[in-house]
Write a protein that binds this ligand. Sequence first.
Ligand code: IMP
Ligand code: MG
Length: 181
Amino acid sequence: MNHPLPDICDGILVDEAAIHTRVEELAEQITREYAGERLHLVTVLKGGLFFVADLCRKIDLPVSLDFMAVSQYTKGVGGVVRLTKDLSDDIGGASVLLVEDVVDTGLTVNYVHSLLRAHGPARLEVCTLLDKPARRIADVPIAYRGFTLPDRFLVGYGLDLSGRYRNLPYLATLRDEAVLG
Ligand code: IMP
Ligand code: MG
């Protein structure tokens, strides 16, 4: 199906082919580096859904999946992150890879990482499709990253603006008017 660029966007930053090539590379690296382990992928809804669905199908290991959800409230300078959906499976002793769509300020991944850590996994690393380091406040080591990008607001491949545009197969930048409006 054809997905023309929405009016609110001014360009495609990462196209569908580039995403799929990079996802395959990450999956190959993860397959090598988790060989012999039973990999448990934990993804933060909703943005990470598209990435993890493609990634896990390219990982040649026994994998299981679980999902969490968080919401963010911005109060003053820092953000506050709250858990809205907890894990379904016990991760004690497991090899857990936290799969994120984007790490921006790092507050979300930092919060989720510390929750997972508290459950005592044997191994815990972070895989993010996108790393936007410009606004980083909280630092969590990123073991696998798809693309390092400048500080632009993006939609597509899981990323939304007010709940929309997640289903675009590419990553598009928003026009300045759309970010403000
Ligand atoms: P952080 O807590 O600031 O690292 O932000 C992480 C969350 O902010 C992501 O999981 C997204 O939901 C959202 N986010 C950050 N950058 C973008 C973007 O460019 N487009 C859409 N959502 C974004
Ligand atoms: Mg979001």
